[in-house]
Design a binder for this molecule. Sequence first.
Ligand SMILES: Cc1cc2nc3c(=O)[nH]c(=O)nc-3n(C[C@H](O)[C@H](O)[C@H](O)COP(=O)(O)OP(=O)(O)OC[C@H]3O[C@@H](n4cnc5c(N)ncnc54)[C@H](O)[C@@H]3O)c2cc1C
Length: 289
Amino acid sequence: MRPFEYLAPKDLDEACSLLSKHRDEAKILSGGQSLVALLRQRLVSPAYVIDIRRVPGLDYIREDKDGLSIGALTTHRTVETSPAVAKRFPMLAEAEHRLAHRQVRNWGTIGGNLSHADPGGDLAPSLIALGAVIKVVSAKGKRTVPVAEFFTDYLVTVLEPDEILVEVAIPYLKAGSGGAYHKESIRAGDRPIAAVAAVVSLDGKAGVIKSARIALGGVGLTPLEAKEAGKSLAGKKATAGVVLEAGAIAAREAQPTADVEGSVEYKRHIVGLLTRDMLNLALTRAQSK
Ligand SMILES: Cc1cc2nc3c(=O)[nH]c(=O)nc-3n(C[C@H](O)[C@H](O)[C@H](O)COP(=O)(O)OP(=O)(O)OC[C@H]3O[C@@H](n4cnc5c(N)ncnc54)[C@H](O)[C@@H]3O)c2cc1C
């Protein structure tokens, strides 16, 4: 690890002004679960590390009028065990439960996880499928970015060097909607062979799918939305055939590379099966609401 100056701002304004001063020379530290490994391997060598862990007002889960808001410093374990998350978005609690192991979940934060932008990260697929947005601040002001547009390349996001991710906002699902997420991995808590999140909305009692969003993890340089697979379901009756066809389309939309987790063909196969299974689970949940 190369030496750096450690800075611990007392509030968000100070954090923003430090970041605006040092920009590319600085790295934010949240839970440290990815940053410390990068520092130790000298994959990043910032001159300044800005530790925001003690910045007040960024650790919360709030049930607002239109959706759930989660502060950037909220740990995975807090999200995993939150009654509000379990009630509103069980798929997100399930994603957190499969993320690493409890020690990592006690330290790692939702803001750090998304900013790190690992394509195999467990949270992005569910947040994309749920239509969540990310709130960002800097000394210049605020902006909001859909999670679906946040990731631009391998470990790269739309965040400017002076910006801090401060909140994830997830709109509530309408009645007749449901979602599901699963990561298939060699061992529990490992990197994914593939991961799939699906959210569906049904049109009344007719069993017709109004809309569907499917997102994939671990099968591309970034988390991906399988847009064509989602579109293929809209306006159709939820039969085994259309669900299977959506799985085949998602498998084609995946962009996997071969590695220790499996070959390209195997990963596409898993995407197809997981898409079918997550759609079926999401449909069951939608019908029960
Ligand atoms: C053994 C192990 C296993 C893991 N397994 C999984 C897994 O199965 N699934 C999974 O999804 N993750 C996994 N992780 C990742 C981990 O759980 C964290 O989510 C992740 O490391 C980042 O969170 P953090 O708070 O620790 O961020 P940090 O490590 O502090 O920061 C990560 C990066 O994000 C930047 N950053 C942090 N916070 C912000 C912010 N608010 N605004 C802007 N930039 C910010 C930092 O500068 C840094 O570049 C694993 C980690 C370990 C060590």
